[in-house]
Design a protein around this ligand. Structure first.
Ligand code: APR
Length: 245
């Protein structure tokens, strides 16, 4: 364990350009459910197409709104863990481009300055009508479903990317550019099943980067990475942070 941590520390500190991509697993030790895998993951309890798609929202806006307000209360009560803090600290010492699929905002709360939030932000609302563009912070997790205060022509919705929706072109462009130029790419806490996020590791590999995966379980990526650390992310960064002290 000690030797592994020393090697990982060296790899991080000698990287010319580090890209880290995180998924729901990095927030698991903060008590936030992941989407797949164990029985209390979101998609083993809820139907993603009912709750995380524009069609589902149009069919039953109140049900979707309530579910996101519930998720906000979960996230609001959670704290970043050692992995979030460790990544924020690491970025002080080496060039680190952080990509996350998570919408929980815990990387920001842990102090990360630059975070590419591919799938949006849970703690923001926006008008469902894309041409309106109204946005606001989601502050009151018990606020009712309302129509957009600006255009009055559509409901407010969470500012997240739903299934079937496209990511912002700039998020994809920035992530692909950083991944093409990195020499070390670290995938943390993602099952690597959702694209385009799951494709960045291939871009990194094609650019000759060293691929590292931190995940207690095997994933779609495991067979392609150079180094698998089958440990919980918080535990790994707990160990790294004690070395960094
Ligand atoms: N440390 C590291 N990894 C962990 C931990 C942990 N403590 N606990 C669980 N994991 C791993 C699981 O083994 C799994 O591989 O985290 C991964 C979580 O996978 P998913 O639940 O599929 O989450 P993610 O890959 O982020 O999902 C991608 O799918 O539903 C959409 O938009 C949603 O952003 C999400 C996307």
């Amino acid at each position: 364990q000690e030797k592994m941590l020393m090697n990982l520390y060296d790899t991080f500190m000698t990287a010319k350009r580090l890209v880290v991509m995180t998924g729901a697993g990095v927030s698991a030790e903060s008590g936030i459910a992941t989407f797949r895998g164990d029985q209390d993951s979101y998609w083993s309890r809820f139907d993603p197409y009912q709750l995380a798609s524009a069609e589902g929202f149009i069919e039953a806006p109140q049900r979707v709104w309530d579910w996101y307000q519930w998720r906000r209360s979960q996230v609001g009560a959670a704290q970043p863990n050692a992995a979030h803090y460790g990544l924020a600290e690491l970025a002080q010492s080496v060039p680190l481009f952080l990509i996350t699929q998570n919408v929980d905002g815990l990387h920001h709360r842990a102090g990360s300055q630059q975070v590419c939030e591919l799938h949006g932000r849970l703690m923001m609302n926006r008008c469902f009508n894309p041409s309106c563009g109204y946005r606001e912070d989601a502050i009151d997790f018990s606020a009712p479903l309302i129509t957009c205060p600006r255009c009055q022509s559509a409901y407010l919705r969470p500012d997240v990317v739903w299934f079937g929706e496209s990511l912002s072109a700039s998020s994809i462009q920035q992530s692909e550019a950083a991944t093409t130029e990195c020499d070390v790419f670290v995938s943390i806490g993602t099952s690597a099943q959702v694209y385009p996020a799951a494709g960045f590791a291939q871009i990194a590999a094609a650019s000759g980067a060293q691929l590292i995966e931190i995940n207690p379980e095997a994933t779609a990526l495991t067979s392609q990475v150079d180094w698998v650390i089958a440990e919980p992310a918080g535990k790994v960064f707990e160990g790294l942070r004690s070395l960094l002290k």
